[in-house]
Design a protein around this ligand. Sequence first.
Ligand code: 6GU
Length: 229
Amino acid sequence: MKFEVITLFPGFFTSALDQSILKKAQNKALIEIYIHDLRPFGLGPHKVCDDVPYGGGGGMLMCVEPLVKALESIPKVPQKRIILLTPQGEKLTQKKLKVLSEYDQLIIVCGRYHGVDERFKAYIDEEISIGDYVINGGETASLVLIEGVTRLIPGVLGHEGSLTQETFEHDLLGYPQYTRPPVFAGQKVPGILVSGDHKAISQWRKKKALHITRKKRPDLLDELDHEQD
Ligand code: 6GU
């Protein structure tokens, strides 16, 4: 998988991409990440990349021309997807991450909070948001997307089994988990988990996952019902 990120803040990415699974996945050549600085594609001697909106109103918009030039500068592969990160996009879900992980190249444009010139929308495949709240720019969101996609790529996670067990994989939240010590400040590990009865443990975990989902995220169960209709 090739990730290509277009951003006004390339320095934002230096340490984040050099840690943990993103670092390991790059070292194993399972992913490649290229950060493209938008600034050199800016207009005029000052390399301007944003301007005030026609019709007035606050905030600066990203200009269409530098964005299109930056996009055109990137060598494309056939199975590619061009994504604009913006709070107006479709909300990112685990399902969406899975779909995106099937591409060979994700070109990710980091929008700014006030937005981009509408004419740039003609150059992208889709708009994605990471949730119903506002952050200042798509840079943080792009890290969420890159990490979420990367961990779905075969060979990235050491223990593949951990993928199928986790929160959201079956549209349910995860069950409670414990590690040593067996008692901490009076709180005991549930007896069933140390019983050695794997069938009973599996049933207990399923029951707990359902219970927790019903309590904390009943909307997930509603979605599941609708899917089965
Ligand atoms: Cl992708 N960008 C910004 N600026 N805010 C967001 C977002 C993206 N997703 C949710 N909020």
